[in-house]
Design a binder for this molecule. Structure first.
Ligand code: CA
Length: 224
């Protein structure tokens, strides 16, 4: 899962990055609304965290412009302007939620998860597919009731596939969503992770299908 942080305070941005990376989210950071517009137009993100007090174009203007362009990703306002008016204005122009600074990281993480869930029309923090259950709140995975060990990137790839299932997730999208701008992720590395996941999911009769030239998708779980 990939989050764009639009924040001109480097300490706040770094705090968010550390907190979200800890739960295997990929975080990219820009300091202006203009950079945010470009990044969101060109690349795939699952959510953006937007500061209201930004240099030049402020956060409210950014949010309004993104929605006018038809960008539908969840937008979470994180602002020091703790007057109710600013937050209400933010929701009015198209933000999905807001938090005021200083904020508690666990609450921010919970809200990010909830917003992404809602954007995929999921009601629970547990992503389930056949005998597989990925609990995104507890960060635990079970296959046929037994704990499944999924190191960072294997978790991220499987989560991306589950969120889109049964649709195809392109390899480019996986690379962007998991590597981010700092990422060293290559198409070959993705293939290695997919192959490891296939081995781990085999006991549950779950298949990751290669869609040639495009990417991967989870097959409908076999019945019986
Ligand atoms: Ca600011």
């Amino acid at each position: 899962m990939r989050v764009l942080v639009v924040e001109d305070d480097p300490l706040v941005a770094e705090g968010i990055r550390q907190g979200l990376s800890h739960i295997n989210m990929t975080v990219d950071h820009v300091t202006t609304g203009e950079q945010a517009e470009l990044s969101l137009a060109e690349e795939a993100f699952d959510l953006a965290i937007v500061d209201l007090g930004l240099p030049r174009m402020d956060g409210l203007t950014l949010i309004r412009r993104l929605r006018q362009r038809g960008l539908g990703l969840p937008l979470l306002i994180l602002t020091a302007r703790d007057t109710l008016t600013d937050c209400v204005d933010g929701l009015d122009v198209g933000a999905d939620d807001y938090m005021t600074k200083p904020f508690r990281l666990p609450e921010l993480i919970a809200r990010v998860r909830a917003l992404v869930r809602r954007s995929h029309s999921l009601s629970s923090a547990v992503l389930a597919w056949g005998g597989l259950q990925l609990d995104t709140a507890r960060h635990t995975a079970l296959l046929l009731g037994a704990p499944l060990d999924l190191p960072g990137r294997e978790w991220s790839i499987l989560e991306a596939l589950l969120l889109q299932a049964p649709n195809v997730v392109s390899k480019d999208r996986l690379i962007q969503s998991i590597g981010g701008w700092e990422g060293d992720l290559t198409p070959n590395a993705i293939e290695v992770y997919i192959s490891r996941l296939r081995t781990k999911l085999a006991p549950g009769n779950l298949q990751i299908r290669t869609v040639r030239g495009i990417g991967y998708r989870l097959d409908e779980p076999a019945l019986g």
